[in-house]
Design a protein around this ligand. Sequence first.
Ligand SMILES: [Zn+2]
Ligand SMILES: [Zn+2]
Length: 380
Amino acid sequence: MKIKIHRGQDQIGGSIVEISTKATKILIDFGEELSPHQEIDTTLILQNCDAVFFTHYHGDHIGLYKSIPPDIPIYLGGTAKQIFTELVSRTDRESLPLVGRFSELAPLRIIKIGDMQITPLLVDHSAYDAYMFLVEAEGKTILHTGDFRGHGYRSRGLMPTLRKYVGKVDVLITEGTYLSRTDNEVLSERQLQLKATELMRKKKYVFVVCSSTNIERIATFYHANPYGRYFICDSYQKNILTIATKASAGKSSLYDFKKTVVYGENLEERFFNRGFCMLIRSRDDHRLIIDKYPPEERLVIYTMWRGYLAGENQNENMIRFLSGVDYRYLHTSGHADAQTIESMINQVQPDVIMPIHTENAKWFHEKYPKRALSTIELNT
Ligand SMILES: [Zn+2]
Ligand SMILES: [Zn+2]
């Protein structure tokens, strides 16, 4: 079995990993770069490819999906596909048929492609319905972590899942995003919820600038919202929350967003009287709503990656949106910290570790000098 990391060894985003046997070739993720670094020949990479597996719907993993020829099967989590469809129908309607053909993954439902067996394992990340993949072929096992973390609501299942369904692996392909982002302490999603509760009690009108598809974070604010206050969003966001509500029905009340109200001017008097928490994005019409409420009674919380506010990945739209607004930063990473990565390595005991989705591969090479590698051909 061969593993080739086409992109992502020394950068965050744009991940593409190829795993092949003599008979079969699959790709895990086919992502767009956050900012252009490394040109690649996608046509060449897709040659003789038997299937593409997406770990989750973030652009740095799924972004190049449109360049995949129609005869190559594509896999994405079933609920993730619904959420991604909603996103695409808002931003890029003509691409909907391309998303419509995706095959759906479900936790632990094994997919066989040629002589390979792929098992999707549900993980906690800032994208809903995200997966690690256990790939087995020619008597070898590879675990590809995708993006994941150890401090989210679903993270408690991580180690038991690895123990029960993975065991020891030959190769671990792991993300290392957080190893270069050590600017803030890692709060758990629950700790973040407590902080949010405290802040939200102090002001009647709360606006939360968040990613529309970060369901974990939205659940945090939904449950932190003081009793009696409205939870508001626009109709696009409501559609996404309805998908999560339906998908988790009977399994978890954490993602039950049934009490969410769609914003409408006719309801403004009620909102004004009772107070609310409203989910917003960097749109002009959302900014107009913020400006309707007196600065001393409102609270704006920014709960996305700090990187969009300054530096290489600065988002001009967001900067403009927030200009003149006094906002609080309240966020925690969607990625595993060093301790979680170490525990995972201890658990799956890989002979070889291949870092991806990281700007600090050095961390792996120093900590595991005999095991950390960049390319590999396994003897089978
Ligand atoms: Zn990513
Ligand atoms: Zn991600």
